[in-house]
Design a protein around this ligand. Sequence first.
Ligand code: GLY
Length: 558
Amino acid sequence: MLKKTYAAIILLAVFWQSQVYADGHKVAIASAHPLATAAGFEILDKGGNVFDAAVAVSGALAVVEPSGSGLGGGAYWLLHREKDGKETLIDGREKAPLASHKSMYLDKKGHIVPRLSLDGALAAAIPGMPAGLVHLSEKYGKLPLAESLAPAIRYARTGFAIGERYLKLLKFRAELINKYPQTAGIFLDNGKLPKLYSILKQPDLAKTLTQLADSGRDGFYSGNIADKLVNAIQKGGGIWTKEDLESYQVVEREPVRGQYKGIKITSTAPSSSGGIALIEALNILSGYDLQEADEITRKHLITEAMRRAYHDRTLYLGDADFIDIPVKRLLNEDYAAGLRSSIRQDKALPSNMLSGEIQKQPEGTNTTHFSIIDEEGNRVAATLSINFPFGSGFVAAGTGVLLNDEMDDFASLPGAMNGYGLVGGAANAIAPGKRMLSSMTPTFLENDSSIAVLGTPGGSRIISMVLLAALDFAKGNGPDSWVQVPRFHHQFMPDVIEYEKGALTGSELKGLAAMGHQLKAARYPYGDMQAVLLNKKAKTLEAASDKRGEGRAMVSYP
Ligand code: GLY
């Protein structure tokens, strides 16, 4: 019965969306939740532009997909404004608290204390999402922030029906959440998992969102919400101060750009590694005819490109405001040619021949993504995160804000693996006020005929997922195909190809193993890609949501 009610609500939302005229424009939106996509169209219908819609979708996801992102986390919004060609990356990544230091997750012997950077108040970095929403709205939107955040506030106040994905991710973190009564009181039902399709209301979060909507960044980073956040964090063993919140600023960065066989790639600059690693891998692959190669060779070459791009991620990438990154070299085609020359067509190169020790493979998937484009080409690719599902599990009392555990994306100890099995070095060491290295890869792809906007959650696997989708775009396929591409992943360390069941055939598994690759099936399908496409000549739009998730892709026609 409840299942039918939920289905009816979704159908009503879809029917309602088909009535939306989006300010006389054709617009495509794909997001990880039907209500977030609906929020975007609601704001377009009120006269908002795609950037207002991005504020609405971000705000809504913070409410209806609390496992993936939220006010307690961070985000990257990649924007393109057609009228003046302005292209920018809003870096709303979290920052390390000012009292943080290199050994904060180590014991007296210098060993990592398990889970200290993943669970609870000490794992939380200073959130960038609220400042990012204010910046995006004020600088690029047409509507007041309060109008763009209205759907999110409504969802938080009146509630929404929780789905299967929500429950699966909640189960993954339920034990942790039960340690924090403030969090358990919101997301659990007397300490137990709530029933499928039960209604989740978040009145405290509605109030915090309202305060942000009405007072802008002061509504979150100073005043009573800031007081509550700092008090709760300090009581919980964390190290935030009011100065941390007051001094937080988003940064606008020049996106990184590259070319692959006639396709222009635009993606994230550091503090995310996504854009550089994606373009480096594509530069390596540009020397091969992947269409002509047999499937085993094709997958071998893609794996070897991933291995080298993730290796450079480990060596060179971190927060560009703190370290010098050899961006030009990493994006240089001759540099890629040098890496390509170290690839044998018939044999894997063990990662420890590049450098370092072999680590074991972690589990985990997180974060969220949405993509928006209109018929003029205005567009937003945004990836938003609180890191692990339900972040640190810690809600500051009276705020409804679930805090991130993004501190785990730093290299707590050079050479040791983080929650995604990624190893890092000095470039990504903890420092006060520094942004931790991300893998988030919101991306634009453009060729003569079309513009694609895409991205996905999935921790360290984000980059390889976007790479596989970009190669599928290069084959001439559309968004429906990119989001469904069977996935495989190599991240330099651990030295293993992790693949979705069915992504590699029996003969491919044998062929790759014979080349020396280690192979491991992922326990679950992973990722939740959201993609849209504009056909530049016909001015038609397409949108697709990953079937692995419960997202909604919609195109409106005036
Ligand atoms: N927290 C995952 C990432 O930023 O890559």
